[in-house]
Design a protein around this ligand. Structure first.
Ligand SMILES: Nc1nc2c(ncn2[C@@H]2O[C@H](COP(=O)(O)OP(=O)(O)OP(=O)(O)O)[C@@H](O)[C@H]2O)c(=O)[nH]1
Ligand SMILES: [Mg+2]
Length: 317
């Protein structure tokens, strides 16, 4: 199918077209770039919520509860589950799929799981692209779930307008160690599993850790909400905080500045990845040979990069 036709069908709200586009993007099939370019004018409307936190904190359960609330408002919703640790679509993703089946029959919810294929910077790029497709499809809100484990996830979260970090009792050490800079990236904290003992301690530890993070006075005051994802308790309050943050982004000068900064950072990441993809394609075998030689410590990485740049220059004439 031509990129223009597929784009038109996505814009018209056809789920089959969305699924086709996601597969095209995931596999980096020919034509995926043309498709994304064709979709560009119909993007930028959806609100993107990032959800991260330690494994097992209850992210997927919370996302499911959140989707239910958003559906209750009549919103069209996209969900992207990102698992950078899983090279296959098994494990956690399979579990997510089963949980998300609660929305399986709902034509106004589209769920897509993404697993790392080991490509350079590939996962965050794929996430950005899939989010763009769901945006063009007409999703009002897109929720991106990722396991917080490092820089890769922070890059993935660059796609989000608002970031929820989910913690659970007994996971306070992660917070104190500020794993993956979660204290800095969170706009809203969900202290989930509030039905379990230790929720008080978890919340106190979180507040104490937050107090230690230096922040400009005009910065958004990170909200903390207690939730029980399994029953839906606190999810209305969570949604209210998401709305409050969204309003802050949209209506205050600092919010606008934050939005611009995030957009710039995301553009930086995506442009870098796109440029790299082009260069690698142009270099052909020389790229993989150089990678091997750097890995074997035969070449210094900066020198190797300079040599590749020379090769590109010579090739480009
Ligand atoms: N008691 C209790 N259990 C919960 C709550 N939320 C989630 N769980 C349970 O915690 C387990 C993990 O939940 P998930 O939603 O899969 O957690 P996750 O953070 O998505 O996990 P990964 O994607 O594997 O990192 C499941 O057995 C849930 O039923 C809660 O609020 N209270
Ligand atoms: Mg999950």
């Amino acid at each position: 199918m031509e990129a223009a036709e597929l784009a038109a069908r996505i814009r018209a709200g056809e789920r089959v077209a969305v699924a086709l586009a996601c597969r095209k993007i995931d596999e980096r099939r020919p034509g995926h770039r043309e498709l994304l370019a064709a979709l560009l004018p119909s993007t930028g409307r959806a609100r993107v919520i990032g959800v991260t936190g330690s494994p097992g904190a209850g992210k997927s359960t919370l996302v499911t509860a959140l989707v239910e609330k958003l559906r209750g408002r009549g919103e069209r919703v996209g969900v992207v589950a990102v698992d950078p640790t899983s090279p296959f679509s098994g494990g956690a993703l399979l579990g997510d799929r089963i949980r998300m089946q609660r929305h399986g029959g709902d034509p106004e919810v589209f769920v897509r799981s993404l697993a790392s294929r080991g490509a350079l910077g590939g996962l965050s790029e794929t996430t950005f692209d899939v989010v763009r497709v769901l945006d063009a499809w007409g999703a009002n809100t897109i929720v991106v779930e990722t396991v917080g484990a490092g820089q890769g996830e922070v890059d993935v979260l660059g796609v989000a307008d608002t970031v929820i970090v989910v913690i659970a009792p007994g996971m306070g050490d992660d917070v104190q160690a500020n794993k993956a800079g979660i204290l800095e990236i969170a706009d809203v904290f969900a202290v989930n599993k509030a039905d379990r003992p230790g929720a008080d301690a978890a919340e106190h530890a979180l507040r104490a850790a937050l107090d230690l993070v230096p922040r400009a006075p005009e910065r958004y005051r990170t909200a903390i909400v207690r939730t029980v994802a399994t029953t839906g308790e606190g999810v209305d309050a969570l949604l209210a905080q998401l709305d409050a943050h969204g309003a802050w982004l949209a209506s205050t000068p600092t919010g606008a500045a934050v939005r611009r900064k995030r957009a710039r950072r995301a553009a930086h990441t995506r442009l870098g990845a796109a440029l790299l993809e082009l260069c690698i394609g142009e270099l052909g075998a020389q790229w993989s040979e150089t990678v091997e030689r750097v890995a074997a410590r035969e070449l210094d990485v900066a020198e190797a990069a300079a040599a590749l740049r020379e090769a590109l220059r010579a090739g480009g004439g």
